[in-house]
Write a protein that binds this ligand. Structure first.
Ligand code: ADP
Ligand code: ADP
Length: 228
């Protein structure tokens, strides 16, 4: 579903963030990218939706070389969740969640019905929370809205950058569990960046362990932990 072929990213200042990277993620697979800060995880992920262009190499999503796909069209098929969720402060939770379906041309009623369904799925009763504004939610609830929004237009691919990083450990564990349950139902192809090895092995079907600009190990959680 996602394939990197000898991808290198060198920034204009000469930093090689990603060095000759090749890997594949299967359809419906959740791969966690783990490693210390600055080793190229975010750069890897942002090349998938063309927010960053590789210096060399090729990236395929669903069989298509993304260099030939219009970035706007590409991003409609890729949900994106980041740590600072970036909800629109002057829009209600329901309208925030309906943003992408509305953008891709769904009728308003259908977009809103879908948004309500997704809020329900991430554990926020749309009747209670749909009409609230982001500032009226806790951090954990905002993060759930971020996940609901990313899933609303039903993209096959989901990119997540430290999605549970901004909340306290207890809430974090609850969000992780909820997300695992959700993933069992929706089965997206997921790339998730984290610096937390525990999170990586807990959530990943496979784990990509990064060193400087490279993946040093790409294997199941058991193999990464050394317990077959
Ligand atoms: P990670 O997500 O693992 O923390 P990043 O992909 O953000 O790593 O960064 C990888 C390397 O590329 C780091 O050395 C970082 O400083 C550098 N880098 C990231 N973005 C830029 C940029 N826009 N310009 C120059 N260097 C960058
Ligand atoms: P969560 O597990 O969703 O992060 P928290 O433990 O942070 O929940 O918050 C518990 C409850 O307190 C939530 O149901 C939420 O409605 C409420 N709450 C937390 N922060 C705020 C806030 N800034 N404004 C309004 N309600 C809040």
């Amino acid at each position: 579903m996602i394939r990197f072929e000898q991808v290198t990213k060198r920034y204009p200042d000469g930093t090689t963030a990603v060095d000759d990277l090749s890997f594949e993620v299967a359809e419906g697979e959740l791969v966690t990218l783990v490693g210390p800060s600055g080793c190229g995880k975010t750069t890897t992920m942002m090349m998938v939706n063309r927010l960053i262009e590789p210096t060399s190499g090729r990236i395929y999503v669903d069989g298509a070389d993304i260099a030939a796909v219009d970035p706007v069209r590409l991003r409609r098929r890729i949900g994106y969740v980041i740590q600072q969720v970036g909800l629109f402060p002057h829009r209600t939770v329901l309208d925030n969640t309906a943003t992408v379906p509305a953008l891709v041309g769904w009728k308003r009623a259908r977009a809103r019905a879908r948004a309500a369904e997704l809020l329900d799925l991430v554990g926020l009763d749309p009747k209670t929370y749909g009409s609230r504004y982001p500032e009226q939610l806790s951090g954990g609830q905002r993060q759930r809205v971020g996940v609901a929004r990313a899933l609303a237009a039903d993209p096959p691919v989901l990119l997540m950058d430290e999605p549970f990083g901004a909340v306290d450990p207890v809430v974090r564990e609850r969000l992780q569990n909820e997300f695992l349950n959700l993933q069992r139902t929706v089965r997206k192809t997921v790339l998730m960046v984290t610096h937390d090895i525990e999170e990586a092995v807990r959530l990943g079907d496979r784990v990509a362990v990064y060193g400087q600009g490279r993946i040093e190990q790409f294997d199941t959680p058991g193999a990464v932990l050394g317990t077959p």
